[in-house]
Design a binder for this molecule. Structure first.
Ligand code: OSB
Ligand code: MG
Length: 371
């Protein structure tokens, strides 16, 4: 398919509830959306960078630069017929996985639409029609706020709760939630806020029956996580540390984690995600799909990816209403309360309809690139 035109839209949508992590507070969610035009079809991809380099060094500003000056010129006018071709066009750009993912995933959506099949099937999954999900709860001002928030999500039917932690907001709130909900599937995410000197804290968490502890240590560390994992029983899950198939191989070889969080934006697109999926399947390392407060475009893509067999734990993919009052794609995603799942869209590609009028309403920046 000849890539005729590409459009970049930067939007910002207010979050229904502020989201605080150990690296910052988010009140609105800025997103770059990529639309790729060919043969009367449009493929959509989402960039999960933020406006600040908190979770990752990439920002929407750097992603816009990398996309418009390097990645888009490399694919405009090219004839792309198979997703396996895509990484070769990006090889001259080092790093910047979120920028690459936005374009690569939009191309996958386009190719799946051209074949008339759901993206999940194109990725080699598609065997499940629903995906088990949980909710990620930010750091709250007070313990009471946290307990009320956990209760409300449990009542809504979420079967897995993730609590964000940071120094000073760890053992006490997590123990309180565990005490109140003795049997719920509970986990924590530190977003790199601790060091090996905090090993005693994580040893104490072994008594809390946590599913896993996500990214306790430094964002680019693998070796210290291996040392921590050797000292605790609770599985460590890596998020920020894993950007390439090599990182995952090193984590496996060093026993740095027992679970892998897959965020396609963090690993540079579906081709890398599939290589990592295969590696984890062979190493019997369970995965789950992470979330980046995506719009309906990224959320649909995450659901499609989660139909692959090694996604064996609930993903951070919550119902649309938990993020936005009105999102830019239809239909909105709802939780199936009986089994804490979200149904995977069945249409071609990502399977949702993008509402251009809503993009325009929330848009801050727009550019059109033609071959
Ligand atoms: O570490 O998993 C994370 C959101 C933004 C940046 C990093 C993370 C998160 C989440 C949100 O935990 C999960 C979601 O999208 O619901
Ligand atoms: Mg995380």
């Amino acid at each position: 398919m000849k890539i005729e035109r590409i459009e970049l839209h930067q939007i910002s949508q207010p979050l229904v509830h502020p989201f605080r992590t150990s690296f910052g507070l988010e009140l609105d969610r800025p997103s770059i959306l990529v639309a790729i035009f060919s043969e009367g079809l449009v493929g959509w991809g989402e960039c999960t960078a933020d406006n600040v380099p908190g979770y990752s060094y990439e920002t929407n500003q750097t992603a816009w630069h990398i996309l418009s000056d390097f990645l888009i010129p490399a694919v405009l006018g090219q004839d792309i017929v198979s997703p396996g071709q895509i990484p070769a066009y990006f090889r001259h750009v080092r790093g910047h996985p979120m920028a690459k993912t936005a374009l690569e995933n939009g191309l996958w959506d386009l190719l799946a639409k051209a074949q008339g099949i759901p993206l999940g099937q194109m990725l080699g999954g598609g065997q499940r029609d629903r995906v088990e999900v949980g909710v990620s709860i930010g750091i709250q001002p007070e313990l009471d706020d946290l307990l009320r928030r956990v209760d409300s999500f449990v009542e809504k039917g979420y079967g897995r709760i993730k609590l964000k932690i940071e120094p000073g907001w760890e053992l006490e709130p997590v123990s309180a939630v565990r005490h109140r909900h003795p049997d719920i599937r509970l986990m924590v995410d530190a977003n790199s806020a601790f060091t090996l000197n905090d090993a005693t804290l994580f040893k104490a968490m072994d008594d809390l029956k946590l599913l896993m502890i996500e990214q306790p240590l430094h964002h680019d560390d693998i070796a210290d996580h291996a040392k921590l994992q050797a000292q605790i029983k609770t599985p460590i899950c890596l998020d920020e540390s894993l950007h390439t198939p090599n990182h995952v191989r090193w984590a496996i070889e060093l026993h740095a984690c027992r679970v892998v969080n897959m965020k396609v934006g963090r690993v540079g697109g579906f081709n890398n995600a599939l290589a990592i999926h295969q590696m984890c399947l062979e190493a019997d390392l369970p995965m789950w799909c992470g979330g980046m407060l995506e719009t309906g475009i990224g959320r649909a893509a995450n659901l499609q990816l989660s139909t692959l067999p090694n996604f064996r734990l609930p993903g951070d993919i919550s119902a649309t209403e938990r993020y936005f009052a009105e999102d830019i794609a239809e239909p909105a995603f709802h939780l199936n309360t009986a089994d804490s799942t979200i149904t995977v869209p069945t249409g071609p590609g990502i399977g949702v309809t993008v509402m251009l009028d809503r993009i325009e309403k929330n848009r801050q920046r727009h550019q059109v690139f033609t071959a």
